[in-house]
Design a protein around this ligand. Sequence first.
Ligand SMILES: [Zn+2]
Ligand SMILES: [Zn+2]
Length: 255
Amino acid sequence: MNRSVPMLSQLRQAYFTEHSVIFYGLICLAGMGFSFTQLKPMDALLLLSCGWLLYLPQEYFSHVWVFHGVMPKHKTLYRLLYRLHLGHHDKPRRLDLLFTPMWYTLPALFLNIVIYALLTQNAARTAALSTGLILGYLMFEWWHLVVHSPYEPGPIMRYVRNQHMGHHHWNERRWYTISPPALILDVLFRSGGPVHQAPRAPSPSTAGLDNQDERLCAARLYYQDDSDWIEEASAIWRSSIEVEAKTDKSAKSPH
Ligand SMILES: [Zn+2]
Ligand SMILES: [Zn+2]
């Protein structure tokens, strides 16, 4: 029996009910409509692809320099970083901590739009580039959700999952990429390679902090009620956690 099919429909539901996906999805549709009515189809396609290419290093460097950048000493600043990314390392099965918050993505989008407008001096070209950028971001969020779920994807995403699990459980300073074409950046900046050949970090789930660190405990407390199921996982992982618990039990119980 193929168990991956019902999981995929659950994933689609989780993805398409996420408010930032709906917001950026609508902007994308409007941007595509505008680009294709104002530009020649080939020009629009080319600029959309360029927008995606421009997104890829932003995915990588946001993860390296911002998400795993300076560890804030102040509790409130740490809490912001916890919501931005470190909470996802702490509770990787929480949907409310998995999607990037719009208070980060929206200013980043505005900055991109301003730069494209200055460079192209043309509204349609700016729209096409920005739409390609947003499409890249939306694909990233989908692929990130997939690699964290029990859904069995094809060989490329299985490879990305292996690398990303290395980032979560082996060394948080390696394997920063989710979008497959951005894997080249992990190679170029020497943050890739076979997972178990890399040095093991002491605590990738807390990004190096002590498990009882005051800042971490305060952030956990602040967000503990935001999950739609339990503090460790969102409801989408309910069935897989129950299966794991059963497997654990039957493995331990004598026949
Ligand atoms: Zn992740
Ligand atoms: Zn990370």
